[in-house]
Design a protein around this ligand. Structure first.
Ligand SMILES: Cc1cc2nc3c(=O)[nH]c(=O)nc-3n(C[C@H](O)[C@H](O)[C@H](O)COP(=O)(O)O)c2cc1C
Length: 196
């Protein structure tokens, strides 16, 4: 009763949404990915810095190069998913800040002239955006399978550069057969929330 989002949308995004471990053959189109991005780009980040970068792995050749860097238990599903995305944090996000924060372009130099500060900020904010992305995949009626079981240095070398830190790989598509592990319990409100 306290939520204004209708119950079907709550189910689609959270209650019924599951992490998929197998996928149908139905392709994920460029239009779907564009629609997902155009929705989730509005999720907030500090200074509107927007450091998430998304590499869509579509060609069979690129897929093969990615699979070899995945943990053994993640290889088969990464090879079979209709679409796979590498999510990374751009540690040079400050170059876009004058575009992204037109009312305060000085933020680029005032706050983000030092690389370690940018790396910390990019990690937090790109991770937030990765979460928005997963929820956006669900909003498109698709299932996401995020994974951090991978060789990060290998993925960075193979697909990215020194300025981009890989965060996770996400399998995307319609769920296939036996797609779910049993639903694991979540912490209750009282275990998590403290009021002072
Ligand atoms: C950042 C992240 C990394 C994950 N890494 C892996 C992974 O490497 N392999 C895997 O099988 N599942 C991985 N998972 C899946 C989680 O175990 C799963 O999302 C969680 O247990 C909730 O499952 P549910 O959505 O079905 O309730 C990952 C999930 C997230 C969000």
């Amino acid at each position: 009763m306290s939520l204004v989002l209708d119950a079907a949308a709550q189910d689609l995004l959270f209650r019924e949404a599951r992490t998929a471990n197998s996928f149908s053959d139905e392709p994920v189109t460029e239009e779907q990915v564009q629609a997902i991005y155009d929705l989730v780009k509005f999720g907030p980040t500090a200074f509107n810095q927007t450091p998430l970068r998304i590499t869509l792995v579509r060609s069979p050749e690129a897929r093969e190069r990615l699979v070899k860097h995945m943990a053994e238990g993640n290889q088969a599903k990464t090879a079979a998913a209709p679409l796979v995305a590498i999510l990374s944090a751009d540690n040079e996000f400050h170059e876009e800040l004058p575009q992204l924060l037109p009312h305060f372009p000085q933020a680029k130099d005032a706050f983000f002239s030092e690389r370690p500060v940018r790396e910390q900020s990019a990690l937090v904010n790109a991770s937030l955006q990765a979460a928005y992305f997963i929820v956006g995949v669900r909003a498109a009626g698709l299932a996401a399978g995020p994974m951090t079981g991978l060789d990060f240095a290998g993925v960075q070398k193979e697909f990215l550069d020194a300025d981009h830190t890989p965060l996770m790989v996400v399998n995307i598509g319609k769920p296939g057969e036996n797609a779910w592990f049993p639903r694991s319990p979540r912490l209750d409100f009282d275990q998590v929330v403290t009021t002072v």
